[in-house]
Design a protein around this ligand. Structure first.
Ligand code: NAP
Length: 344
């Protein structure tokens, strides 16, 4: 039996939330053994499946089963009429895991959820990049004032260490530039176009494979990539920018003729994200389709694989590649952040 108990409230129980819950169950014994801690999920908030609260821990197995069988929670002992914000303000927990949908234009309501947890002196983990793209500096400062942890590894490239990599393994190295391919939908579309496929067929197949959203505009017009490079630059370069400050161009105007022209030059077109300091020291962020030499590492990044290169003053450029992630890699990002809270 573990000596300690750590209570967590899950805000959002969709793909990421359910995968995270399954990971907690699968690693229950190991967590107890390594951290001498029992994790209790004391609340789960959703948009339409109902909200669960139980200070001694909700029945996670039943919550997962009910959602799978009935599409909603059915455990009357745990169902409450509290809203998500009321759960943040009133439920018994040590940390929230913010896994509600991204609002790419405001970062809300996730920002309020995290502020609410911090105000009560609770830790926060977010998979939702909205808060990091729109209010990172303020949230980090509030967490510092309240003496709580704020981790967000999942927000860019899922559980692949990017923020942790810099913080934990590149001591005192100053990040001078960040670049990469961070949006898998556009990467998939460009790759298929280069293979000569018809645009409508690509979109249809992408939807079937889950690579393309019902409304793909956020990806195609570069908004998602802009939010990701903003999050990276805010954390790694103290940029203090918001996604609307990114010089953004998506792939909406790329034609087969552009792809063929690039191929004739021995190049491929990729949607690249970049951030660096200009002469005045301000961080400049850009998302745009660019031609890349076929021999370049970036040209080999296909399908849902992502890549980020971090250039520093002391360790030159370190590049991290995430190979075709699945939902478990998203869940692992949240899981890793939770283990970090337990371990620090
Ligand atoms: N999926 C990924 O691969 C991935 C990777 C990295 C980061 N993320 C981020 O992780 C977050 C979750 O992604 P996901 O794929 O799990 O999304 P999802 O499947 O759409 O799940 C979102 C969950 O949030 C719930 N929700 C909506 N509004 C809410 C509110 N106001 N309060 C509480 N819950 C609310 C939804 O309720 P219903 O169940 O009733 O719909 C659902 O359970 C997003 O911010 C996403 O950007 C996802």
């Amino acid at each position: 039996m573990a000596d300690k108990i750590f209570k967590i409230a899950l805000l959002g129980f969709g793909n990421a939330g359910q995968a995270f819950a399954k990971m907690l169950l699968a690693k229950e014994e190991k967590i107890e053994k390594v951290y001498d801690t029992k994790i209790l999920v004391t609340a789960i908030a959703t948009g339409s499946k109902g909200n669960l609260v139980k200070a001694t821990g909700v029945d996670l197995v039943r919550a997962l089963d009910d959602v799978e069988k009935y599409g909603k929670f059915k455990n009357e002992d745990e169902l409450v009429s509290l809203s998500t914000m009321e759960i943040v303000e009133q439920a018994d927990y040590d940390a929230i895991a913010e896994m509600t949908p991204l609002n790419i234009f405001t970062g809300q309501p996730a920002i309020s959820h995290i502020e609410g947890a911090f105000t009560r002196g609770k830790h926060a983990i977010t998979a939702n990049k909205g808060p990091i793209a729109w209010k990172y500096k303020e949230l980090k400062e509030l967490a510092r004032q309240k003496g709580v942890k704020f981790f967000y590894e999942t927000t860019v490239m899922d559980g692949t260490p990017v923020f942790n990599l810099v913080e934990k393994t590149l001591p005192l190295a100053e990040v001078t530039e960040v670049s990469g391919i961070l949006n898998s939908t556009t990467n998939f579309i460009l790759e298929e176009m280069a293979a000569g496929c018809d645009y409508e067929d690509i979109m249809e197949r992408g939807r079937q494979l889950g690579f393309v959203e019902a409304d793909p505009a956020m990806d195609i017009e570069g908004y998602d990539a802009a939010a990701k490079i903003t999050a990276l630059l805010n954390v790694l370069m103290d940029a203090d920018i918001t996604p609307d400050k990114v010089d953004r161009k998506g792939i909406e105007d790329i034609t087969m003729a552009d792809i063929e022209e690039a191929a004739a030059e021995g190049k491929v077109i990729k949607l690249l994200c970049r951030g660096y300091r200009d002469e005045s020291g301000c961080v400049v962020a850009k998302v745009a389709p660019e031609k890349v030499d076929k021999g370049d590492l970036l040209a080999t990044v296909n399908s849902t694989t992502s890549i980020v290169s971090i250039t520093t003053d002391m360790m030159k450029t370190v590049t991290v590649v995430e190979h075709e992630p699945e939902i478990e890699q998203t869940a692992f990002g949240v899981f890793g952040d939770l283990m970090r809270i337990l371990g620090e």
